[in-house]
Write a protein that binds this ligand. Sequence first.
Ligand SMILES: [Zn+2]
Ligand SMILES: [Zn+2]
Ligand SMILES: [Zn+2]
Length: 274
Amino acid sequence: MRVTLLGTGDTTGTPTVGCDCDTCTAARDRGVERTRFSVHVENERVDESLLIDFSPDFRYQFLRDDVSLPDAAVITHVHFDHLDGLGNVFRVLDSLEVYAADETDPQTGKSVAETVDDDYHYLDPLTVVPTTPLEPVSVCGLEVTLVPVDHPPLVCYGLRVEDPVTGAALSITGDTSYDIPEASREVLADPDLLLADGIVPADLCEYHPIGGRHEDDAGVPRTFGTKHMTREGALAMAEVLNADRTRLVHLAHYYPADEAFAEPLAVDGEEYVL
Ligand SMILES: [Zn+2]
Ligand SMILES: [Zn+2]
Ligand SMILES: [Zn+2]
């Protein structure tokens, strides 16, 4: 499978609109960017593509990276930066299956699948497929398994995408704290490529109103606030999951400029063949 990182930024992206911080300036100078989150997975065996999350930057990303339009999609959760590009399919795609979790979110009273169905009821090409977490489904010739992660107050899911023919595996943590349930870690384990949420370096937790959580033995927070892993948390999770290769994603412009483009922090347009 061919994996293209269409969007590697957090909800404001880098550069952020109206921002002239050192990191946004450095991104402009280098000609790199981190648009809102989305990952394109092409199964070359069957010539079909799966899109993970619908970034508000969908149109720009597909023009920029010249990838094939999706045959199916997964929505991990209902935050703006992962869902609100879905309206772009209007007059672009004739049909699209959208896989989303079927568990009711106590916060909204609806599952992710139901929210997608309700919010985009007017989009005729869509067929929402309610999907049970931890049970693999076959999509685009690939085996896709949603796994519950921890992104309060909403339900949110990571996923594993595995090619049943070659055994190649991509794991994505989704937006999550370090507190990924054990059953989910088991599904995400041993990937060829891990994309892990590492929104900021751990030392920025001092600027979060509630600080950091899930400290390691040295007292370094692996979670920023409640919703996302720190860089250190994401790297620790990569160790736990025994990933062959790791790229950090969902990155904020709050990374200091001299750390923001260091390995293994991803930028848009990276491509991996697994
Ligand atoms: Zn900035
Ligand atoms: Zn989110
Ligand atoms: Zn997000």
